[in-house]
Ligand binder design. Structure first.
Ligand code: FEO
Ligand code: CA
Ligand code: CA
Length: 558
């Protein structure tokens, strides 16, 4: 399909200033189309210049560096191994970030949540699977289990620079060793508490200002339970082999986990189903019930939404899975679905084996649904479909879901392709999405390390993973513009705007991932004294971030 920018601009949708569908809880954390107070009185002269402003893209690059478009700069806020208090250090492979100000009136002081998705044992524990016969020790497993999960850290901007508030009482680690309550009335695999959270990929935020962190490729850690045609279970071993030292049930992982930023307490929400959750994006209805969108990032898996039956609940309600062919949300409801009653003994089993239940009901197989964001201008739900190489979808696309009558608890919807990856649009494998205050869409890409920059793969021309923006207004409206290029083997993840629209928090994840020998790493970003790659969270600031966040206001001038 030929990419037509003109068509795409009208497809993007626009709204006049004042019309806004963003739920108020997202506004307080930067995801808003309301201009920040400091931007509200932007002079007409500045806006006129903004109208003529042309954004300069950067070229694809395979350089081991974090390269930025003109008008952007970065500072590392925190990196793997940094101390956050007297006993704890920042974990590995940071993904989702989310910032909540401690006091709504001060956007420059608050709590940052960061996911730690998985570890590269070569750097974390010294275990090297390439050495034949090498066996992981318990000590190595413990190190690996400590470096996953998430971090809460207080950060403050002083003299234009974000810094960690060292030893702040809020600073905490949640790891694969932390006991976590299971928010369900029946036990899961005989327990009401699970040990640890892991494979924490992307996430979300709740209207009551807590963090959501999503357990994605959990089967790498404690394996999986598989069922044969006679419904007989067997245990599939994990890649990491942690179960050799800790016999935790695989059924305790693969959930959406809620973290209270104030005290670090956590709970796993069983009602949202168990699968490789990429993210969890909430919408609050007028009666305070919530709708939670979440995708299963695996080839041929599904898109789900949970609709609560009670205000502010992630327990009471119904989980649905998408039939995108017929535009129907199918209820994963044991009581009212005879097909589910035939296979599973109760609702708990349906939720634990949500993938199987979804397939029984005829849910549509999708090409790795990853991040989900609600467009603050149109209210449409955008879902990244990263790729599905087995189905010859190498570059992925973004799916647009329009709920019937714009109602998020609707049982029917329409879908279309918002934009497709590929040479014409210049990006491949969309993953995380973020909207800024002007409704510009920011997209990170996730070309896998084993395919990137390889002449024998279809990704060679895209070079390193990057951050792109699609402006909605101005001279570049509808273009896909590369603004940040990641270091070698890295992926940019977790884009999150500060509430004043002046900072973009961004994770630089797994630089140097393809390293075979620790003495010659493929990346040494962020170039600290240790000369090894370290995943880090960076603060992106500069004129360009501010311009993009103000851009929508040019609609106000002639
Ligand atoms: Fe962890 Fe689907 O990316
Ligand atoms: Ca991801
Ligand atoms: Ca990814």
């Amino acid at each position: 399909m030929k990419y037509s920018r003109r068509k795409f601009i009208s497809f993007l949708g626009k709204a006049s200033i004042g019309v806004l569908v963003t739920p108020p809880f997202l506004i307080s954390c930067g995801n808003t189309t309301n201009p920040a107070p400091e931007f509200k009185n932007t002079s007409e002269e500045v806006l006129k210049k903004l109208k003529d402003f042309v954004l300069e893209a950067i070229d694809p690059s395979d350089k081991d560096d974090l390269l930025l478009a003109n008008g952007l700069n970065y500072k590392v806020i925190i990196k793997w191994g940094d101390k956050i208090n007297l006993t704890d250090t920042f974990g590995y492979n940071n993904d989702f970030t989310c910032f909540i100000p401690l006091d709504e009136k001060n956007p420059k002081d608050g709590l940052l949540w960061v996911n730690h998705e998985y570890v590269n044992p070569l750097f974390v524990s010294g275990y090297n699977y390439r050495n034949s016969g090498e066996i992981r020790t318990k000590e190595q497993v413990d190190k690996e289990m400590y470096d996953v999960g998430g971090t809460i850290v207080r950060i403050r901007e002083e003299n234009g620079q974000w810094k960690v508030v060292e030893n702040d009482p809020h600073n905490k680690r949640i790891t694969a060793h932390t006991p976590i309550k299971l928010n369900w009335d029946s036990p899961i695999a005989g327990q009401n508490v699970a040990i640890g959270t892991l494979s924490n990929c992307s996430g979300g935020i709740t209207p009551w200002n807590t963090f959501l962190t999503c357990e994605e490729n959990y089967d790498n850690c404690f394996g999986e339970i598989k069922y044969d045609e006679n419904n007989k279970p067997s245990r599939i071993p994990s890649r990491n082999g942690w179960e050799q030292f800790y016999n935790y049930s695989p059924e305790h992982y693969g959930w959406v986990v809620e973290i209270n930023p104030k005290d670090g307490s956590a709970q796993k929400h069983i009602a949202l189903g168990r699968f490789a959750h990429e993210c969890c994006t909430l919408y609050e209805l007028a009666d305070k019930r919530v709708v939670a969108y979440t995708g299963d990032d695996k080839n041929n898996e599904h898109l789900y939404k949970f609709v609560s039956s009670k205000p502010s609940s992630l327990k009471e309600g119904t989980l649905y899975v998408a039939d995108t062919i017929n535009g129907k949300w199918l209820a994963l409801d044991w009581k009212n679905q005879p097909l589910l009653k035939e296979k599973f003994k109760d609702q708990t089993e349906v939720l634990i084996r949500a993938r199987e239940a979804a397939k029984i009901l005829g849910a549509t197989e999708l090409n790795r649904p990853e991040d989900i964001e609600i467009d603050p201008i149109t209210g449409h739900v955008l879902v990244s479909l990263t790729n599905n190489k087995n189905k010859n979808d190498f570059h992925g696309s973004i799916l647009k879901v329009e709920e019937t009558d714009g109602k998020y608890d609707a049982l029917t919807f329409k879908t279309s392709t918002y934009i497709a990856g590929g040479k014409e649009t210049g990006f491949s494998c969309p993953d995380n999405l973020a909207f800024d205050m002007s409704g510009n869409l920011w997209i990170t890409t996730d070309i896998s390390g084993s395919s990137m920059n390889r002449a024998d793969k279809p990704y060679i021309s895209f070079k390193n993973n990057s951050l792109f923006v699609i402006p909605r207004y101005g001279k570049n409206a509808g273009e896909v513009i590369r603004v940040i290029s990641a270091p070698t083997d890295a992926e940019l993840t977790g884009p999150w705007f500060s509430p004043d629209g002046k900072t973009l928090f961004l994770s630089v994840q797994h630089p140097g991932e393809q390293t075979k020998d620790i003495k010659s790493p493929t990346s040494i970003w962020p170039f600290d004294k240790d000369n090894i790659p370290k995943s880090s969270v960076v603060a992106i600031t500069g004129d360009l971030i501010e311009k993009m966040n103000k851009l929508r206001q040019i609609e106000n001038i002639n």
